[in-house]
Design a protein around this ligand. Structure first.
Ligand SMILES: [Zn+2]
Length: 242
């Protein structure tokens, strides 16, 4: 019992020391970001995940978010965000200022809602916290802006290809991985994610994916990425029908 307590104290102290260090050295992260999840913590405050441009996914408290009468933070809003480590909290605390709400226009369409839910769930599930994915951040904002003006499925498929690239599953579709040719690329290797021409694929017909690329194929690679991280595909993605 004594040892357990000592360990708890040690770990508490360690965490506190860590936070204190961050606090004392003025650790404050400032960036622009998009709210990808938010849930009430009590009758006033919420816990949010914000995908920031400079620091990746951050978790923290949004004080007063639940009871705000105006400018209540909501999923899909983009804003300037700063994050402070607090001595009295396991979570950091956000200071949030909304700049725009690009998801608002998308939320009027069923496809738009499903796409945004899937994007944010995948980011939340597959990206580690506090690791910058600046290119993917920009691509996410661009994709949301394009959903209403371009075929939504195409926009979303391109976004998933970007996500896979960031997760280390870059798909290579420009030439055959077997012989290098640039035409007759009708198959994809599940193992390498690289295109395979008709001739090279012939002996492996029951094992290769048929191109063109679609969301069923990217789902397989995303599932692999989830398994590799010891997690599962989020329901928002497995139930995606667009
Ligand atoms: Zn080939």
């Amino acid at each position: 019992m004594h040892i357990v307590c000592a360990q708890v104290l040690f770990f508490n102290k360690s965490r506190a020391e860590q936070l204190k260090c961050m606090y004392n050295t003025g650790m404050k992260m400032e960036s622009i970001g998009i709210i990808i999840s938010i849930r009430p913590f009590n009758e006033r405050d919420a816990v949010a995940h914000i995908f920031t441009r400079d620091y990746g996914v951050m978790a923290g408290m949004l004080r007063g978010a639940v009871c705000a009468r105006r400018g209540r933070p909501m999923v899909g809003m983009v804003g300037t965000v700063s994050w402070n480590a607090r001595l009295d909290s396991q979570l950091g605390v956000f200071h949030w200022e909304m700049r725009s709400n690009p998801a608002a226009a998308v939320m009027f369409s069923r496809d738009g809602v499903m796409i945004i839910n899937s994007m944010f769930a995948l980011i939340n599930t597959l990206l580690p916290e506090r690791a910058a994915y600046t290119t993917l951040y920009d691509e996410t904002i661009n994709a949301i802006a394009k959903i209403t003006n371009a075929p939504a499925t195409t926009v979303y498929l391109e976004w998933e290809i970007s996500l896979l690239r960031e997760l280390g599953y870059a798909l290579e579709l420009s030439h055959c991985s077997g012989c290098g040719r640039h035409d007759n690329l009708n198959f994809l290797s599940p193992r390498t994610g690289r295109a395979v021409c008709d001739e090279c694929a012939a002996p492996y017909m029951n094992r290769v994916y048929k191109l063109p690329l679609n969301l069923a194929i990217t789902a397989r690679f995303l599932a692999n990425a989830a398994t590799a991280q010891g997690t599962e595909m989020p329901a928002a993605r497995t139930m995606l029908k667009i």
